[in-house]
Ligand binder design. Structure first.
Ligand code: HEC
Length: 124
């Protein structure tokens, strides 16, 4: 009797360890895909300069609905990844900053080097 319960105790422990390992490895895969993407200082200063007028808190409603840089940390990892991609895309296609805005604010235009810095971060 004692032997049997000892054995089943080991079996339970083994099952527990196996499922724990499975759980941990699944978690590792999921979190690798969904790591938060904070905006580093160099990227943030470019975005603040070129996009902040509209996309920082207090900016324009339509712009904020699409991208609120001030609330970046509140976005979940999936949303951050999508927005980072959209930031790089709109910069490269010159959709953003809007041309009308650049006419009055030429200093907001991004240099090629700034675009590279932003897109390298977006794609990392
Ligand atoms: C003059 C205000 C203004 C500035 C400056 C501006 N945006 Fe926008 N942005 C908007 C508005 C308004 C919208 C929503 C309407 C639209 O999509 O055109 C928008 C939408 C977006 C979107 C979502 C639309 C899409 O195509 O995915 C992204 C991403 C974006 N902006 C990124 C940027 C980035 C990056 C910068 C700076 C390099 C920037 N914006 C500068 C006003 C601005």
């Amino acid at each position: 009797m004692k032997k049997i319960s000892l054995l089943s105790g080991k079996a339970i422990a083994a099952t527990f360890i196996v499922s724990l390992l499975a759980f941990l490895s699944i978690n590792a895969v999921v979190s690798a895909e969904q790591t938060p993407k904070p905006i580093p200082e160099d990227v943030l200063s470019i975005l603040n300069n070129s996009c902040g007028k509209c996309h920082n808190q207090g900016g324009s409603g339509a712009a904020l609905a699409n991208l609120n840089l001030t609330k970046w940390d509140n976005y979940d990892a999936v949303k951050q990844a999508k927005k980072a991609e959209a930031i790089c895309r709109t910069i490269n296609t010159e959709k953003m900053p809007p041309k009308s805005f650049l006419k009055k604010n030429p200093q907001a235009a991004l240099t090629d080097q700034q675009k590279t810095i932003v897109c390298n971060w977006a794609k990392e």
